[in-house]
Design a protein around this ligand. Structure first.
Ligand SMILES: [Fe+2]
Length: 239
């Protein structure tokens, strides 16, 4: 097929290293042998596609998935999903998951001594529109401790999963907040050696997205693969 060669490799330094010494899990999980390059086939360069009826409007508003509103700082999160040429990617499934305002996930494995919020599940999904735009309403997640090293804390972040037009454009990553002092200390954020690429993981405070007297707005544009691609999270992610 003609499009089979469109998915180029990402430039060096713009994606996380498999092995990043300060991030403990990568020491155990990183490949020790060179990767084997496989030719792209139809199953990787086409699909999946998602029917609009799979996603309800409520799924994009994480503040209205229970009987009451969750505690915390309400926020609006908008962005565009694009390919390497800046073209919008339509009907792309965008999924997010995050900790609550206290830095706690609704998950069996999360034993952080911080309160759960009965009104917050922490998961959302939506499809991009004709301009590649997505929008979520949520609350700003709190920082939380993890056991990578002594006194380790993850900066506030929101996990993203996107499929794009093909499995080769699948992106799993994390979005961060501007000005967070924990960023420079975070081994996961710093798995990406290229500073400009790392900066593409930080949302921008955008007053045009904000709703006066209601919620601050952030913009997070995502590019699937290529020169300006949004970095993926490391395969050995644990935080
Ligand atoms: Fe996390």
């Amino acid at each position: 097929m003609a499009d089979r060669d469109v998915y180029h490799r990402n430039p060096l330094g713009t994606q996380p290293l498999y092995s990043h010494w300060p991030y403990n899990s990568t020491r155990k999980r990183a490949p020790t042998q060179p990767l084997i390059v496989q030719p792209h086939t139809l199953s990787e360069t086409t699909g999946p596609t998602f029917a609009p009826e799979l996603v309800t409007p409520r799924a994009a508003d994480l503040t209205r998935q229970r009987s009451g509103e969750p505690l915390g700082e309400r926020m609006i999160l908008e962005g565009r999903v694009m390919d390497d040429g800046g073209r919008p990617l339509r009907r792309t499934l965008v999924e997010v998951w995050q900790a609550n305002a206290a830095g706690r996930y609704l998950h069996d494995k999360d034993n952080h001594d911080a309160p759960l919020d009965p009104n917050f599940i922490g998961c959302g999904q939506t499809l991009t529109d004709d301009d590649g735009r997505y929008r979520f309403v949520t609350i700003r997640p709190g920082a939380y401790p993890w056991r990578n090293h002594y006194n380790a804390w993850r900066p506030s972040h929101i996990h993203f999963s996107l499929f794009g037009p093909a499995f080769l454009t699948r992106l799993v990553t994390q979005m961060y907040f501007p000005g967070d002092p924990l960023l420079s200390l975070d081994p996961i954020f710093n798995c990406v050696s290229d500073e400009h690429a790392r900066d593409r993981l930080i949302a921008e405070l955008d007053l045009s997205v904000s709703k006066p007297e209601w919620a601050l707005g952030y913009r997070f544009d995502i590019v699937l693969r290529g020169r300006n691609g949004t970095p993926m999270e490391n395969l050995a992610h644990g935080g």
